[in-house]
Structure formats: structure tokens, C-alpha cells
Design a protein around this ligand. Structure first.
Ligand code: KG4
Ligand code: ZN
Length: 338
């Protein structure tokens, strides 16, 4: 069988992503983001995101097809994020995907956003092993998953009980006076800072060794900054950024490696927007090497939300002979794993 050409649509948050793959090969990755519109609110406003998806959808699909040098008729299947995510935002992508599928007479696959964050790695690093642990860290989710089969066997091992990791980056950036989204700015500021300057807390969740909590850390950073300001001292932005980033990278990588060891899994995949973080990547590389675990991290552009990840998972479903979704499948903002 020749590798299937799949067009993937992603609208679960604030990025309108349309990607096209041929099997594990990336042909196009078009993206429109409402992040600049969201920046003045300091976070993602669901209604703003939904409206932006509606405006960006058709131009982004057209751009992806142009980039790949294809017409819709050349595509073998359409895949779309059906959940989890913002309900209104998902509805736009799912409705558009159904319209494209129906008009072009193509099969459609409603897929899970988290599974797509794992599957995207095949585009960068070749076919994934059937068994791996995935650490997915973004503005909307922070999860550790046990993958025993990418299309039909993903088990949640743990997740954040409060803020997502990216949300913590965004909130700490705000108290440091850095722009939204804060992750890349903290990453940059931290380069000139001392990661050992301040010993911020590493939150643990009782009886849940693979879960995360970031609200205590976020509050500790805010209190530390307030104390400095009250004392009339200058806030050492680079040191705070580096020390905060160190605390986040420490808990994420320690728990991910522990999960691999506990389940006797030899591969760790890291995805989601926070996977672009340079300290997280370096610490994960060191700790995985020390533990004899193969680390797979897609390039930053494929870590943040995009359409190629949805197409990558869609192609895997087609390759495995999985039946397409019925045309009445819903958008499910709280979609569970399979
Ligand atoms: O996956 P993503 O694009 O969207 C979702 O939230 O699903 O992730 C966006 C998040 C934001 O919170 C952003 O601050 C964070 O990823 N982020 C980073 C970096 N680049 C993006 N966090 C830390 N370091 C980075 N370099
Ligand atoms: Zn995501």
C-alpha cells in the first residue's frame, strides 16, 4: 500500500492548524494563530479563538494544499481534532472537516488531541515504537501517558491537578512583566540567570507519583517578587526566570523518567508547547541518558499545536486499517483517552 495522504485540521485552542502528510512524511504545515489578539487579554478567550478559527479556516486549508502542491481531490482522508479542547473552538474545526470530507467524498477521522501530540514525533524521528511514555506539556494540558499502542491503547498515568505547565509559565511571566505567551520569554530571560539562585518548591501530589501541581510554585514566585518589591529592591528577572524554569523542568523530567522505569518502558516522547523549552529539553536529555531511556522530542514547531500532528495520527489510523468516524461524531471538549 502506498502511504496515505492525509489532511489534518487542529482547532482545539488558539491555533488554526492545517497539515498534510504522506504517511510519516510532512508535506505541508500551515498555521494561523490568534495569539496576538489573545495577548491583550493575557490568556486565551474562547469566543475570540472560535471566531478567529472561523475566519482563518478556509485560507489555512488553501495555504496547506498550495504548499503541498495538491488539490483536495488528491487527499486520501481528512483527520480533525475532536477533543479535548475548548468546545466552541473544536466545533469550528470539526464542522469544517466534515464539510470538506462530505464535499470531496473522503473518509474522516475524529482524533484525540493528546494522541496527536505523541504521533507527530513520527514526522521528525521516524516510526514510533508501539510502547512509550509520553510527557505532554502545553498551555492547556500537562499529562503523563503510558502508550502501549498509539491508535488504541493510551492510559493516563497522571496529570496536573491545577495549572498546566504552560499556564504556570504564562502566569509567572505576567508577574515578571514579560509578554504573553510567557514561556518563550522566560526561556530567553533564563539564559542570563542563575538556576540555583532561588530554591522554589517542587510540588508533589499525594498518592499520585506521576501527577503535577504548579499552583504552589506560581504563588511562591509571586510572593518572592512581592517581598523584593516591598523591600524596594530590584527584581532579578533572569534569576527568577531561571530558578522557576529549573523547578518546572525538574519535576516534569523526574516524574517522566520514573514513569518509564516503573513501567519498564525504554522510550520517552515529549510534546506540547512547553516541550520547546530549552532547559526542559536539556534536562530530559541528561536524565534519559543516565537512565538508558531513548528520548524523542519533535522540533519546537511540531511541539506546539499544529495541523501536521493531527494528519500524522490520521495517517497512522489509515495505515492500520482503522474504520473512519461516522459523520455525526461530536466535538468532545473533555474527550478521554483510548
Ligand atoms: O501546545 P501549545 O502551543 O498550545 C496549547 O496550550 O495547547 O502550548 C502553548 C504553551 C504556552 O503556555 C507557552 O507559554 C508555552 O507553551 N511555551 C513554552 C515555550 N514555548 C511555548 N513554555 C516554556 N518554554 C518555551 N520555550
Ligand atoms: Zn496541545
Amino acid at each position: 500500500m502506498t502511504a496515505p495522504v492525509v489532511l489534518g485540521i487542529e482547532t482545539s485552542c488558539d491555533e488554526t492548524g492545517v497539515g498534510i502528510v504522506r504517511g510519516g512524511e510532512l508535506l505541508a504545515d500551515a498555521l494561523a494563530s490568534s495569539v496576538e489578539e489573545q495577548a491583550r487579554f493575557g490568556g486565551v478567550v474562547p469566543e475570540v479563538a472560535s471566531r478567529a478559527h472561523l475566519e482563518a479556516m478556509v485560507p489555512t486549508v488553501t495555504r496547506a494544499l498550495d504548499e503541498a502542491g495538491l488539490r483536495l481531490a488528491d487527499v486520501d482522508a481528512i483527520a480533525v481534532t475532536a477533543g479535548p479542547g475548548l468546545a466552541g473552538a473544536l466545533l469550528v474545526g470539526v464542522a469544517a472537516a466534515k464539510a470538506y470530507a462530505l464535499s470531496a467524498g473522503k473518509p474522516i477521522y475524529g482524533v484525540n488531541h493528546l494522541a496527536a501530540h505523541v504521533a507527530v514525533d513520527r514526522l521528525a524521528n521516524g516510526d514510533l515504537p508501539e510502547e512509550c511514555v509520553a510527557l505532554l506539556v502545553s498551555g492547556g494540558h500537562s499529562s503523563l501517558l503510558l502508550v502501549r499502542g498509539l491508535v488504541d491503547n493510551l492510559t493516563p498515568l497522571g496529570a496536573t491537578v491545577d495549572d498546566a505547565a504552560g499556564e504556570a509559565f504564562d502566569k509567572v511571566a505576567r508577574v515578571l512583566g514579560l509578554p504573553f505567551p510567557g514561556g518563550p520569554h522566560i526561556d530567553r530571560a533564563a539564559r542570563d540567570g542563575d538556576a540555583g539562585a532561588i530554591d522554589f518548591p517542587r510540588g508533589v501530589v499525594r498518592d499520585a507519583p506521576y501527577s503535577f501541581t504548579f499552583s504552589g510554585l506560581k504563588t511562591a514566585v509571586a510572593r518572592w517578587i512581592e517581598a523584593k518589591q516591598r523591600a524596594g529592591e530590584q527584581v532579578p528577572v533572569a534569576d527568577v526566570a531561571a530558578s522557576f524554569q529549573e523547578a518546572v523542568a525538574d519535576v516534569l523530567t523526574a516524574r517522566a523518567v520514573a514513569a518509564c522505569k516503573a513501567h519498564d518502558v525504554g522510550t520517552l516522547v515529549i510534546g506540547g508547547g512547553v516541550a520547546a523549552n530549552s532547559r526542559l529539553r536539556a534536562m530530559a536529555a541528561d536524565r534519559c541518558e543516565a537512565a538508558g531511556i531513548a528520548l524523542r522530542t519533535p522540533p519546537p514547531k511540531l511541539c506546539t499545536d499544529n495541523g501536521a500532528m493531527v494528519a500524522a495520527l490520521g495517517a497512522l489510523l489509515v495505515e492500520r486499517g482503522v474504520e473512519p468516524s461516522q459523520l455525526d461524531f461530536p466535538a468532545d471538549s473533555a474527550m478521554a483517552l483510548i
